[in-house]
Design a protein around this ligand. Structure first.
Ligand SMILES: C[S@@+](CC[C@H](N)C(=O)[O-])C[C@H]1O[C@@H](n2cnc3c(N)ncnc32)[C@H](O)[C@@H]1O
Length: 307
């Protein structure tokens, strides 16, 4: 920007561009505002700009214009990565933008992209060698599940979701227990995690998620219900890869108890939540009880491979 603008000016000019059909212009303006406010240390203005960017991306999901939504999301994500001086693999960046646009999820917080890149790396490695079905416990709007599906389809162009399962209450988190609240001093995101740990948080309507997923992958199976009540729907199946993202102790432990015995040799179970006290305790306890070696990532996940 040639001169400094106020947050109000940036937001209302971006609104005007967007209303006139110039979404890219609106995004460029917001990105310039981001740069200016970040340089001035105005954190809350940067957050307001990110929110405005997320709303533009979301508007494409509302219009069901997923191709244009993926393009604008890719533009936002790439600018955010550049601001953070970070990169991800180009193939994954495209999958991420497509999945964000297809599920109407916010592209922020940016740190999520690094976690999901690790998830997809592990998934691709395991699925190249191991056959079996795939399950995710905890899907919210379907973002990480969509990434798994889109990545799998790269190597299986005619595949329509067969053998992929989602388990979710579609009523958000259950009640946290004592182990969920057992934070330790080194938990960097303690305050944020505690704020997120509310019963019902992350609830998304079943119909909305089903539409998100079935639009691209009509044969993927969604199993609504509190974990572990819906697990018997997949009794007798063998799994190559299971992604746990249910945040809390009890559903994480119940998922490990159910899926680990049903994991094929070479298969993996990964939790997204190794930075949440309850999920971490469940993973640690399960691995200790079964003599398993867990591996933690630098993106707050942990996984275990079946030998
Ligand atoms: C953090 S969100 C999942 C995010 C998702 N994987 C993504 O990539 O966007 C946690 C999900 O776990 C589900 N969940 C939490 N506790 C559960 C339980 N006890 N039974 C079933 N689902 C549960 C919530 O409904 C929510 O959708």
């Amino acid at each position: 920007m040639a001169e400094d603008f106020t947050l109000q000016e940036v937001l209302s000019d971006a609104d005007a561009y967007y209303a006139a059909g110039a979404a890219r212009g609106a995004v460029e303006l917001l990105l310039q505002g981001w740069e200016q406010f970040e340089a001035a240390g105005m954190d809350s203005a940067v957050e307001a700009v990110q929110l405005a960017l997320a709303r533009i991306c979301h508007a494409y999901w509302v219009k069901r214009d997923f191709a244009a939504g993926a393009q604008i999301t890719a533009m936002v994500v790439s600018a955010a990565l550049a601001r953070a001086r970070r990169t991800v693999e180009p193939g994954f960046a495209a999958v991420y933008a497509q999945a964000v646009a297809a599920t109407g999820t916010s592209p922020f917080p940016l740190r999520r992209i690094f976690r999901h890149q690790n998830l997809i790396r592990l998934f691709s490695r395991v699925c190249a060698d191991v056959s079996g079905e795939v399950a995710e416990c905890g899907c919210a709007r379907g973002l990480s599940f969509m990434e798994l599906c889109l990545s799998f389809r790269k190597d299986h162009p005619d595949w329509a979701g067969e053998g992929f399962h989602v388990f979710d209450s579609f009523q958000g988190l259950s009640e946290p227990g004592k182990k969920d609240l057992a934070f330790v001093a080194s938990d960097a995101d303690r305050a944020q995690t505690a704020r997120n740990m509310l019963p019902g948080n992350f609830a998304v309507a079943f119909e909305l998620v089903r539409e998100n997923i079935h639009r691209e992958f009509p044969r993927a199976e969604l199993h609504p219900g509190w974990i572990p009540s819906a697990f018997p729907a997949v009794a007798g199946r063998s799994f190559s890869f299971v992604h746990l993202d249910v945040d809390l102790y009890q559903p994480t432990l119940d998922s490990l108890d159910y899926f680990f015995p049903r994991l094929a040799g070479g298969g993996a179970i990964v939790t997204d939540d190794y930075n949440w006290p309850g999920a971490r305790a469940a993973f640690d306890e399960f691995c200790a009880a079964h003599g398993l070696q867990l591996q933690a990532t630098d993106t707050s996940q942990a996984f275990v491979l079946k030998s």
